[in-house]
Design a protein around this ligand. Structure first.
Ligand SMILES: Cc1cc2nc3c(=O)[nH]c(=O)nc-3n(C[C@H](O)[C@H](O)[C@H](O)COP(=O)(O)OP(=O)(O)OC[C@H]3O[C@@H](n4cnc5c(N)ncnc54)[C@H](O)[C@@H]3O)c2cc1C
Length: 429
């Protein structure tokens, strides 16, 4: 097959960016292309709130855990920016998200492997030869096609709204928070009222940001739990994000994997940094003392109705313990209600039926992150995320992007140097 790439990366977030940097280190002939929907590199730009910090150590950057001598590390970035000594003096493992975004942009600009920005992969199809799928053909939004023997899906997560809610000009997911709030600010509305749904890190950050940014605003924070709970980032619990944990997790029985995910959900889901919880508590308490209440916490509560009028959103909040109902007339509703994984079948068109699934209907994934498919598919599809059920809690986070990039690239390189496809052993899950 001529014109067939060794590797096509779909998406260029941190996951595929770590892989692109690893590809740059390959010394044998190797042709790869990365395709990214956004016009330039961007990492959750809508939530780059001033002061918000990274929730993993900077040492879990794009390269260090795979190749500590790489010139694309966070330390090299600091050195090049002339801030290494200053960062050391700050005595932290957790740079701000703004600084980390700058690092990621800096690293993306260093990538030598071609990246096509402003282009989406709209579909992936199998290329058949002698009854086997030997490559994958990608349909790109610019009308062109790209063919590759291996594909990595690093498409990230999709914002999720609470059930029954739909996007509108006044009801948005926090994924686009900063542009939305800037647009609102430009209206010059006086004494605005905001409703924020959710009890995780994004919800707490948005509640705090709105309260500080709009000194006359009333901010209603609505969440189903009784209070914001702290993220468990204690050292033993944190080991669940280690590269070795992925090894153990993948080899464990399914029931044990499920239990571990449940037991350690508090390291990542619906939890908030303790500093921020304490800051919100201090704010609310100070308002009680002053008698000027504008931060309203609706604990153990849920939104039971949302209806838009011409100039506002009428939100009905029900307290689940008492059943008491409160009506809030809001200028904007922000949903910090999480993200969903994309099922790879959405892009895989004619190949979707070749993907093998477990009893719960989830895709089966090998230790080297390759989708388990029927034997006739010799082209490789690797998942960089959406594999929590097989690879554990770090699957869609930053913790393991570097080691995972190495594992995937090793698998792809082994495949590229393998003998002709016919007669190769079937995939072993
Ligand atoms: C506000 C926020 C803060 C976070 N902070 C942390 C943190 O501190 N630590 C941590 O470990 N995790 C954090 N996370 C979790 C987050 O998932 C990771 O930080 C990281 O973004 C995962 O990288 P990724 O490459 O898998 O996905 P993404 O960063 O989502 O990147 C996916 C990329 O693929 C592109 N794409 C999608 N579909 C297509 C397509 N069909 N064609 C072309 N391009 C496509 C998208 O445009 C995007 O650029 C945070 C998440 C959020 C929302």
């Amino acid at each position: 097959m001529s014109g067939t790439l060794d590797l096509l990366g779909v998406g260029l977030g941190p996951a595929n960016l770590a892989l692109a940097l690893a590809v740059d280190e390959v010394t044998t002939p190797f042709e790869a292309l990365f395709v990214e929907r956004q016009p330039t590199f961007g990492w959750h730009r809508g939530m780059l709130l001033p002061g918000a910090t990274l929730q993993v150590s900077f040492l879990k950057d794009l390269v260090t855990q795979r190749n500590p001598t790489s010139p694309a590390s966070f330390v090299c970035y600091l050195h090049e920016r002339g801030r290494l000594a200053d960062f050391v003096n700050a005595r932290t493992f957790y740079p701000t998200r703004l600084e980390y975004h700058d690092y990621l942009e800096w690293a993306a600009a260093r990538v030598r492997t071609p990246v096509r920005y402003g282009t989406s992969v709209t579909a992936l199809r199998g290329v058949r030869e002698d009854g086997r799928v030997v490559a994958v053909e990608a349909e790109l939004s610019d009308g062109s096609l790209a063919r590759a023997r291996s594909v990595t899906l690093g498409t990230g997560l999709r914002p999720r709204l609470a059930q029954g809610l739909t996007h509108s000009d006044r009801l948005r997911h926090t994924a686009t928070f900063l542009p939305d709030v800037e647009e609102f600010e430009a209206t010059g509305a006086q004494r605005p009222v905001f409703v924020v749904l959710g009890s995780g890190q994004s919800a707490a950050e948005v509640v705090h940001h709105l309260h500080q940014r709009f000194p006359t605003a009333h901010v209603h924070s609505v969440f189903r739990s009784y209070g914001f709970s702290p993220a468990d980032d204690s050292p033993f619990a944190n080991q669940v994000f280690d590269p070795e944990a992925v090894e153990e997790f993948h080899a464990a029985p399914a029931a044990v994997r499920e239990e571990l995910l449940r037991r350690h959900a508090g390291t990542n889901y619906s939890v908030v940094d303790l500093d921020l919880i304490e800051e919100l508590y201090r704010l609310e308490y100070a308002e009680r003392v002053a008698g000027t209440h504008r931060l309203h916490l609706h604990r153990a509560s849920e939104v039971v109705d949302v209806s838009e009028t011409t100039d506002a959103v009428a939100v009905t909040v029900r307290e689940r313990t008492t059943g008491a109902v409160q009506h809030v007339r809001a200028d904007r509703v922000f949903c910090a209600t999480g993200y969903d994984h994309l099922d790879p079948a959405e892009l895989l068109t004619d190949l979707a039926g070749s993907v093998l699934r477990d009893a719960a209907g989830r895709v089966r994934v090998r230790r080297d992150h390759r989708l388990v498919t029927t034997d006739d598919v010799t082209a490789a599809i690797h998942l960089l995320g959406g594999t929590e059920h097989t690879h554990g809690l770090s699957s869609s986070l930053l913790s393991n992007v570097a080691p995972r990039a190495g594992e995937v690239l090793d698998a792809v390189l082994a495949d590229a140097s393998a003998p002709a496809r016919p007669g190769r052993p079937a995939l072993v899950p």
